[in-house]
Design a binder for this molecule. Structure first.
Ligand SMILES: [Zn+2]
Length: 260
């Protein structure tokens, strides 16, 4: 394996300064460190010995020819800075996990009613209209967005399940669904029949994402009570599932009906 392009493995790297004086000083320092540090390679999560027998610090991407050199590195400023950076990063991740867990706990103990769509993200003048086909009596949605400053040929969209969303979007959706649930529970305060819990389960919704750069993606939560009546093949339209991009007015339409 060729390590010549790796950080800190250019010729002469890892070598200590040339002057004898510095060498003496370093040796002394290493001895001091050896006296105070017990090198515990098994329990140090950042050190490992590569196939050449050289020690590497995974945190700093440095290589060390012997244990003394690694110990000296442990006491150095670079390693301490990286340790601190790592600690801050870990803390951030931990608090994010806790937050996510909290939201999930809230949702799982939620009690409910029924319901529909809501929009999230930077709105780009969009309307969501509930529709019903007068012949088949199928219900559905007509989505109409304006993207006057669109920089791509046309908007792209995808209908996704909860599991396909990024965890960030999952969290946004969980919060929005929770808001929706609360709003609707308040509306129905006098109504003793509280519907069933599962209707507000985020996995029971579908999520429409419309991308029209440079706009932020629009995310619309759509009810998933019935299957959407659309052709099996991707990117095919039908009477019950179609979209249209008006290049002149910069308006995008998407309409779909649910199976009865
Ligand atoms: Zn290090």
């Amino acid at each position: 394996m060729d390590y010549s392009n790796r950080v800190n493995s250019k010729k002469g790297a890892g070598g200590i300064a040339t002057s004898e004086e510095t060498n003496v000083h370093t040796k002394k320092r290493v001895q001091e460190l050896l006296a105070t540090h017990i090198l515990d390679l098994d329990n140090d999560p950042y050190v490992f010995r590569n196939h050449l027998g050289i020690l590497e610090c995974k945190l700093c991407l440095t290589t060390h020819n012997n244990e003394a050199s690694y110990i000296s590195h442990l006491g150095g400023r670079k390693h301490h800075l990286n340790l601190e950076r790592r600690r801050i990063l870990d803390e951030k991740q931990n608090s994010q996990l806790k937050f996510q867990q909290k939201i999930q706990d809230q949702v799982s103990i939620s009690n409910i009613e029924k319901r529909s769509w809501n929009k999230i993200g930077k709105p780009t003048e969009f309307k969501v209209i509930k529709i019903r086909d007068s012949n088949t009596l199928q219900i559905g949605l007509l989505i109409n967005c304006k993207f006057p400053k669109i920089a791509v040929d046309e908007p792209l969209f995808r209908i996704m399940s909860f599991y396909e969303l990024t965890s960030k979007n999952q969290n946004i959706c969980i919060k929005e669904i929770e808001k929706l649930r609360k709003a609707e529970n308040e509306e129905d305060e006098e109504n003793e029949d509280v519907g069933d819990d599962e209707e507000y389960e985020p996995t029971k919704f579908q999520y429409l994402i419309i991308s029209a750069e440079p706009y932020d993606n629009s995310l619309i939560i759509i009810p998933n009570k019935n299957e959407i009546d659309k052709p099996q093949e991707e990117n095919k339209m039908s009477n019950s599932y179609w979209w249209y991009w008006d290049k002149d007015t910069k308006e995008f339409y998407l309409q779909f009906l649910y199976k009865n």
